[in-house]
Design a protein around this ligand. Structure first.
Ligand code: SF4
Length: 233
């Protein structure tokens, strides 16, 4: 085979791969939008494959077609939430951990940062104290961490089967990718940043099973009042 033929075949293969990639990214973006807008999950494995294998490329592609690149993380989190939900629910709370970001803490927080993360003093000045208490009552182990280096430490030093995490969409998606062998659930922050971030406490309590527990005990109103009073949250 001469050089000319070789380059011709090489060019054809490259063209074919580029077109296949464009189709894959376009289909994933369309299916992802369908999930986010209409809550319809189609071909979840395909969505996760594209996000996991072509994360950076998919973000660039989204930007190039005029879509905010954050959609890639949103799709990743929502697909995993749906795919893992039933398994997560069926795992005992004692085998689950809750990981909260320390940026949720109150600006006057007096908790100290130690090797396992922030040691909350349960002063209830911020949502961390409330969520920690509810989760621990259910049997969860709770970690309040400033970054992903602490996540590695948690993985090395603890035994668990499922993880519920709270973070901005990007951190959440990357962490859920890393922890894919666990049945992860994620709640995205309503307002992200380095300080004074916000989360929907009800969304976390629902994943913990607290709302369902309250309903079961026919005390939904009193539970809601207790967990969502403006004073505590
Ligand atoms: S509840 Fe915990 S994290 Fe929040 S301000 Fe008090 S000590 Fe800090």
């Amino acid at each position: 085979m001469g050089f000319y033929e070789f380059y011709q075949i090489f060019g054809q293969i490259a063209f074919f791969l580029a077109v296949t990639m464009l189709i894959l990214l376009s289909v994933t973006l369309i299916l992802g939008k369908l999930l986010l807008k209409e809550n319809k999950l189609v071909f979840p494995r395909l969505l996760l494959f594209t996000i996991d294998m072509f994360y950076g490329l998919f973000k660039k592609f989204s930007e190039n077609v005029g879509v905010n690149a954050e959609i890639v993380d949103q799709i990743g989190v929502e697909v995993r939430n749906k795919v893992n939900l039933n398994i997560f629910k069926n795992i005992k709370s004692q085998d689950k951990i809750l990981v909260l970001p320390h940026c949720l803490r109150h600006s006057d927080c007096e908790a100290k940062l130690e090797s396992s993360g922030l040691v909350c003093k349960d002063c209830n000045r911020c949502v961390i104290g409330v969520l920690k208490k509810k989760a621990e009552n259910q049997g969860f182990k709770v970690f309040i961490i400033p970054g992903s280096t602490f996540l590695k430490k948690i993985l090395d030093e603890n035994k668990f089967k499922a993880v519920l995490g709270v973070a901005c969409y990007q951190d959440l998606n990357l962490a859920m990718m890393k922890l894919s062998k666990f049945s992860c659930q994620g709640v995205p922050l309503l307002k992200d940043g380095c300080i004074n971030t916000k989360v929907d406490p009800r969304a976390v309590l629902e994943k913990i099973g607290e709302i369902q527990r309250c309903k079961k005990e026919s005390r939904i109103n009193s539970c809601n009042n207790k967990t969502h009073s403006p004073k505590t949250l």
